[in-house]
Design a protein around this ligand. Structure first.
Ligand code: ADE
Ligand code: ZN
Length: 335
């Protein structure tokens, strides 16, 4: 990676922790838990990562996370993610997890939170990476299931800062989840939602108006409706864009075709993230490099995108100040 990009403090705001499961760990956990995988080796898993669209990825993603059974499994997963992210100078991470997918396998919320929290504590102490958890609802399941999950998670309220909405977007509009997001609002939780990845700009509008989303995850299809772009810009709603994910899931054909420059020119609060790094060719650093290879931006653009991510994060004023100071230090040397 370009030295300047390496040094930039990075803020991860769109990461599915289950999407950081590398094939090597998939095999190790399968063996530890006595689970048979439908692949003979790691290379065969990697060869299967040839996605046509979001659903073809989700099929493998849910199959892969099937190996996660114990608190140690969740710890190993998240700790590996933090160590890898440390190498890219990630300084803060607000990551999603999909509790419904694990509950369906009989893995309790207690087990999920215990493992994730142990890794978070170690990451903060040993790597200086702060983090927070966003509980994400699966939009291809019912709203009743989402409500049940939120209520079941209340004993763990102190361990997550917000709710999100992920999984198969087409045919599962935000409007389906209006009540559960209202309940999350009453509980004082932050609210974010995937919208406008494969779904239309109208889903972004719904996520804003009906779910009161504070950030839109992806959101790249907002450009199909000028009024949605105008609203996002006026309210300064961050779009957590995942460039390599968009290429791997064929939202765009090549990185050079990515609408990032248009989103930035439209005055939107764009931030860059890795989504499912084990499946989409890399972590934050790989995303930054791929974007820079395609667009060759000046340092100022990268500084602005980092400033956007610090602004968009759900952190304390004190932590925000510290991250801005880290950014200023790198910026002073570079411009
Ligand atoms: N779950 C994991 N990654 C996702 C993505 N890119 N879109 C929707 N749901 C997801
Ligand atoms: Zn995502």
């Amino acid at each position: 990676m370009h030295d300047f990009l390496t040094r930039l403090p990075k803020i991860e705001l769109h990461l599915h922790i289950e999407g950081s499961l590398q094939p090597e760990m998939m095999f190790a956990l399968a063996e530890r838990n006595g689970i048979e995988l439908p692949y003979s080796d790691v290379d065969e898993v990697r060869r299967a990562y040839d996605f046509q669209d979001l659903q073809s990825f989700l099929n493998l993603y849910y199959q892969g996370m099937n190996v996660l059974r114990t608190a140690d499994d969740f710890f190993d997963l998240a700790w590996a993610y933090f160590q890898r992210s440390h190498a890219d100078n990630v300084r803060h991470s607000e990551f999603f997890f999909d509790p419904q997918a694990h509950l369906a396998r009989g893995v309790s919320l207690d087990v999920q939170f215990e493992g994730l929290n142990r890794a978070r504590q170690r990451a903060e102490t040993e790597l200086g990476i702060t983090s927070a958890i966003i509980l994400s609802f699966l939009r291809d399941q019912s709203e009743e299931s989402a409500i049940e999950t939120l209520e079941a998670a209340l004993p763990f309220r102190e361990h997550f800062i917000g709710v999100g909405l992920d999984s198969a977007e087409r045919g599962n509009p935000p409007s389906k989840f209006e009540r559960v997001f209202a309940r999350a609002g009453e509980l004082g939780l932050h609210r974010v939602a995937h919208a406008g990845e494969e779904g239309p700009a109208a889903y972004i509008k719904e996520a804003l108006d009906l779910l009161h989303a504070e950030r839109i995850d992806h959101g790249v299809r907002c450009l199909e409706d000028e009024s949605v772009v105008a609203e996002l810009a006026k309210k300064r709603i961050p779009l957590t864009v995942c460039p390599l994910s968009n290429v791997y899931l064929k939202v765009v054909e090549r990185m050079e075709d990515h609408p990032l420059p248009k989103l930035i020119e439209a005055g939107l609060c764009v931030t860059l993230h890795s989504d499912d790094p084990a499946y989409f060719g890399g972590y934050m650093g790989a995303n930054f490099t791929a974007v820079q290879n395609a667009f060759n931006w000046p340092n100022e653009t990268w500084i602005q995108l980092t400033r956007n991510a610090i602004e968009a994060s759900f952190i304390s004023d004190e932590r925000r100040k510290a991250l801005l100071a880290e950014l200023d230090e790198v910026a002073q040397d570079a411009v």
